[in-house]
Design a protein around this ligand. Structure first.
Ligand SMILES: *Cc1c(COP(=O)(O)O)cnc(C)c1O
Length: 376
């Protein structure tokens, strides 16, 4: 699904040198590389502050902690996403309010926002799922009209850009109050373990996020509020600082691979739907996700057939959040969420990473075509 080896081999000397520097300085926690990487990432995406932390889930949790919400307050989140987006809401004693997603783009359906709102609604977590931006203008307008916070879950879309109504392009993660991202190894910018970050235009909010991630202390051993311990290791920061220089090239390689899949699979429009790209967003293809028409049995048969041909595929995500046992009685659903339910039974993600070769993709596309030809 994701080749982590070859991109590493391509730059291993640079990575080893950066790691050796940390190890010989023994600055394993909060070394200077952490601050340097945060500054470089802030400059790259165009935001005032980047606050690194332990992982993407922590980033979402700390972001919510910084908003001073009260138990029972509601946070709107899509029903079709990775569990972390909603898990942190419930963990903090808040109520995830699940809304349906757009059947073409898999992104939060903005037309469901009004029905989702109550007098307890405090925030929205749009998820830039699979690598492209949610319709942020509509979300931000709704949020400002109703005085809601917007926390972007940008774990899958680092490097993607969104065109606002005024025509200007801005990086996803910089549009709401706080953007959260993950450096899990398979993410578009991945480290060699766990890592994450929060980003914001508001310097005071940045200070608060930093303080919460650091046991609620600004001055050592003086704890102003209850926080947590969530740090990006210096080694991971050093690795990420090297890899950040290549992020645009990695994303361009993903876009090229997606275009090759699009072309090779275009003849199957009666059997599968290829990813739909929004015109107001660039797409960095964290995943290349098909919708298999004809029901869950066909999707599962295609997956099994490709597996036999040596092609890994993944179902992101096989259960929408409202069907997860953990969320039973822990969330409020807005309507029946039919699209989230249907997508869980029809999506299939093909291998996608910057090192994917044309020959590999030709082979994969041939096998997808062969599967449907057999069925016809
Ligand atoms: C990966 C991911 C996260 C969580 O990141 P971790 O670093 O694994 O904690 C959150 N939201 C989405 C959409 C993700 O894909």
């Amino acid at each position: 699904m994701c080749d982590l080896l070859h991109p590493y081999l391509d730059i291993h000397e640079e990575i080893h040198a950066a790691m050796a520097e940390v190890m010989t300085a023994t600055s394993f926690i909060n070394g200077p590389q952490v601050k340097a990487f945060a500054e470089h990432l802030a400059a790259y995406i165009g935001v005032a502050r980047v606050v690194p932390c332990g992982n993407g889930t922590d980033a979402l949790q700390i972001a919510l902690m910084a908003l001073d919400l009260q138990p029972g307050d509601e946070v709107i989140v899509p029903a079709f996403t990775y569990v972390a987006s909603a898990e942190v809401i419930a963990l903090l004693g808040l109520v995830p309010v699940l809304v349906d997603v757009d059947p073409d783009t898999f992104l939060l359906d903005v037309s469901a926002l009004e029905a989702a709102r109550s007098d307890k609604t405090r925030a929205i977590i749009p998820v830039h799922l699979f690598g492209q931006s949610c319709p942020m203008d509509a979300i931000l307008d709704f949020a400002s009209k109703h005085n809601l916070y917007v926390i972007e879950d940008n774990a899958q879309a680092l490097g993607s850009r969104y065109q606002q109504a005024d025509g200007k392009w801005a990086a996803t993660g910089t549009l709401g109050h706080i953007g959260c991202t993950s450096f899990f190894p398979t993410k578009n910018l991945g480290c060699f373990g766990d890592g994450g970050a929060m980003m914001t235009h508001l310097p005071e909010l940045g200070d608060r996020l930093h303080r919460i991630a650091n046991h609620g202390q600004r001055i050592k051993y003086r704890h102003d509020e209850i926080g947590c311990n969530s740090r990006l290791d210096t080694l991971q920061a050093a690795i990420l600082d090297v890899k950040l220089k290549y992020l645009d090239a990695y994303n361009a390689a993903r876009q090229q691979a997606a275009a090759r899949y699009d072309a090779a699979l275009s003849s199957l429009s009666d059997c599968i739907k290829i990813p739909v790209k929004r015109p107001d967003s660039t797409h960095v293809y964290h995943q290349y996700t098909l919708q298999v028409l004809g029901g869950v049995a066909v999707r599962d048969a295609l997956k099994a057939y490709l597996q036999e041909q040596g092609i890994p595929t993944m179902i992101y995500y096989p259960l929408p959040l409202h069907r997860q046992p953990a969320f039973e009685n822990r969330c409020r659903c807005v309507g029946d969420l039919p699209e989230a339910t249907r997508l869980a039974e029809s999506v299939l993600s093909l291998p996608m990473h910057p090192a994917l070769t044309e020959a590999q993709q030709t082979y994969i596309a041939e096998k997808v075509v062969a599967f449907f030809n057999k069925k016809r």
